[in-house]
Design a protein around this ligand. Structure first.
Ligand code: WTA
Length: 656
């Protein structure tokens, strides 16, 4: 990293909340931790008063491990809480969404405007036959219609599944089929680095084999596809013409709000299920506490709505708090690497939430892109998605926050729904690289393989020992997988296993060490190595594949694949009829088609054999060590030790 050399990293630097910040903070006193600990249920019941309920709960929590029900028998509507409720106050004319498209087009939605469009889309969906409980797939660029579609679904009680616009047709198809979605909402395209992402074209490919889909609603964004091709397709703007807002459905606290697909340890993505009451209480409360959100703030979260961060902290959390949310469609370096700083200056952004991978890219582009930009509106910075290295933290603090803004590193997951470990910026001293301590009311521990707490300074596994309101409720259509993957790691203990390694320091601060399972985290995007491997072996040339994550300066991890080819292909290459390079390019393109550009391997190494144990298990640990140039450790269980020398040689060759 170009700038990192300038910074001296003291062993452990501590940043205390600035006096100015403390005076105005939403949470000013540490008492909140003791109170929440004394009675977490009372704590969450008090937080639930932030929302408007059609009927209050009979009981805060019903816990039959590993199944939780929060705010039992309470009734609410999530969309009503995010939109309609604000119309009764001065927020009616407040900006809810400030949108900037990549080409520079701008649009403002007040809460009233948002109500109109959400309500009309909800009515239109009902007219198309979408009923409470029906699933709706959303495959849109980051334009206002994305949060609008999510809220419209919530309004009529139809769980949505948002599929990130960077996913391929095949990935879209799998998710639609797993959820059995009835309607797909998409767009003719979106803008990314000056080019059109052809969403409708991808969607049409996907819809070849999605029997559940009855209607496709198409937003006109780029004006590329001018014709609709079948009676199942209809234009969004035409659909809304005749409609007036429909009333919100009364939903049970435990009714499903959305499904969001994420990667686990198997080849098949899993549909994480979130419900209504507990989820909304969780995200509304945490945003208020961790980001110190106020009515005057201009809040910008750079995540895409296709990920959980976009759901919890771009749509539901901020709008339930009545915030002004900035929405930007495109890339951070388009047309130049100062686009984000321009946006912050233009809109007077006060809270800026982004990912370490983006921060490391800004560092590489250099702080000269910040020169002359007025970022004095900023008062708080946040990060999420992967461990932040102290150098990136300090760069963010110094150059973007100008030494004035607390940097709140938030650890959480698709499954947790809400922030779990994060500072309360008015009271928690910050240590660069640590997500600090669990939020009030949450019981987090670092344990050994048996589930016993490990002493400070030792590595262990991160667990949550008690249920929390925004926790996932199940894996869609696969309860067994929910129980197995998350709750069965420590026999005799109902601990939620997060899949991350962690360490506590002497001040009980938590340091996240990354995934301990077969999940790679590339630029903050989760992918399972199995999913990548199955995409590779589906290619007709491939016999076997093993995928690992290798440390990468900007992206955190890069995807490296070790591949053995089928004999006939190998022979064809030997005869000169086909080349390694062509095979490599084709395999990279193949993975892009199967999953999406985010899954494209950085490197593919061909080898005659993969290192395996005598029982036939691929030893990924050895591949990782080879890729990182590390000492291999114990190789006594290896069935084919000769392959190591070969791999090392090959890895070295191709590296040059
Ligand atoms: C990682 C994103 C360290 C972690 C909200 C987790 C982090 C996975 C942090 C979840 C952080 C997320 N520090 N690691 N602040 N935030 N992670 O489901 O490995 O896309 O298990 O949710 O990202 O990724 P997911």
């Amino acid at each position: 990293m170009a700038q990192s050399g300038k910074m001296v990293l003291p062993e452990e630097q501590v940043f205390y909340p600035p006096e100015r910040f403390v005076r105005q903070a939403n949470v000013k006193s540490r008492e909140i931790y003791a109170k929440a600990q004394a009675s977490p249920e009372l704590f969450w019941a008090l937080q639930a008063e932030r929302l408007e309920w059609f009927r209050k709960w009979d009981k805060v929590l019903e816990w039959e491990p590993p199944f939780a029900r929060w705010f039992v028998n309470a009734k609410l509507n999530v969309c009503y809480n995010c939109v309609d409720r604000h119309l009764k106050t001065w927020r009616r004319n407040k900006a809810a969404l400030l949108f900037e498209g990549e080409p520079g087009d701008k649009q403002v939605y007040t809460y009233w405007d948002l109500y109109q469009e959400v309500g009309r889309l909800a009515a239109a969906l009902q007219r198309l036959g979408v009923k409470k409980g029906d699933r709706v797939a959303i495959y849109l660029p980051m334009i206002p219609q994305l949060p609008i579609a999510m809220l419209a679904c919530a309004r009529i009680g139809a769980p949505h599944l948002v599929i990130f616009g960077g996913f391929s047709a095949e990935a879209l198809r799998d998710r639609i089929n797993d959820a059995g979605a009835k309607v797909l909402i998409t767009a003719d395209g979106g803008w990314r680095r000056g080019k059109v992402v052809p969403l409708l074209r991808n969607a049409r490919l996907a819809l070849d084999a999605t029997p559940s889909v009855e209607k496709v609603v198409v937003v006109q964004r780029v004006g590329q596809e001018m014709e609709l091709l079948s009676p199942t397709e209809c234009w969004y703007h035409e659909l809304l013409e005749e409609e007036t807002p429909c009333p919100p459905e009364e939903m049970d606290s435990e009714d499903m709000l959305f499904i969001l697909y994420t990667s686990g340890t198997t080849g098949r993505p899993k549909g994480v299920v979130h419900t209504s009451g507990g989820y909304l209480v969780g995200v509304t409360t945490t945003l208020h506490m961790t980001f110190d959100l106020k009515d005057e703030d201009v809040y910008w979260c750079t995540a895409d709505c296709g990920w959980i961060t976009g759901h919890s902290y771009l749509v539901y959390g901020p709008l339930a708090n009545g915030a002004t949310v900035l929405l930007y469609e495109g890339a951070p370096d388009w047309p130049r690497p100062d686009r984000f700083w321009q946006i912050i200056e233009r809109y007077g952004v006060t809270i800026f939430y982004t990912a370490p991978t983006a921060i490391r890219a800004f560092m590489r582009w250099g702080e000269q892109w910040l020169d002359g930009r007025n970022l004095s509106s900023l008062r708080l910075l946040g990060t999420v998605g992967e461990p932040i290295n102290p150098e990136a933290w300090l760069w963010f603090y110094q150059y973007v926050g100008q030494g004035r803004c607390p940097v709140v590193d938030t650890w959480w997951q698709t499954e947790t729904g809400m922030h779990i470990i994060a500072a309360l910026p008015g009271i928690t001293p910050l240590k660069p690289g640590s997500a600090t301590v669990p939020l009030p009311g949450l019981k987090v521990e670092v344990v050994d393989k048996e589930g016993n707490p490990v002493p400070p300074g030792q590595d262990g596994l991160l667990v949550l020992k008690e249920p929390w309101p925004a926790m996932m409720r199940t894996v869609y259509g696969d309860e067994e997988r929910y129980v197995q993957e998350y709750w069965s790691r420590f026999p005799g203990k109902w601990y939620y296993f997060a899949g991350d390694g962690a360490r506590k320091d002497n001040h009980h601060y938590l340091w996240i060490l990354g995934r301990v399972d077969d999940v790679v985290n590339v630029a903050g995007h989760r992918m399972s190595t199995m999913e990548l491997e199955s995409a590779l072996v589906e290619h007709p040339t491939v016999a076997e594949a093993a995928v690992i994550g290798k440390p990468h300066e900007i992206k955190g991890q890069a995807i490296v694949a070790f591949v053995t080819l089928k004999d006939e292909i190998f022979a064809a290459i030997k005869r000169g009829e086909w080349s390694w390079r062509e095979t490599e390019d084709e395999l990279k393109a193949h993975v892009t088609v199967k999953i999406g550009a985010i899954a494209r391997p950085d490197n593919i190494y061909f080898t005659a054999e993969l290192p395996k144990t005598r029982s036939g298990k691929i030893m990924r640990r050895l591949l990782r060590a080879i890729a990182e140039g590390k000492i291999l450790g114990d190789i006594s269980t290896l069935a084919n030790p000769e392959v190591i020398a070969e791999l090392k040689r090959r890895y070295g060759d191709q590296e040059v």
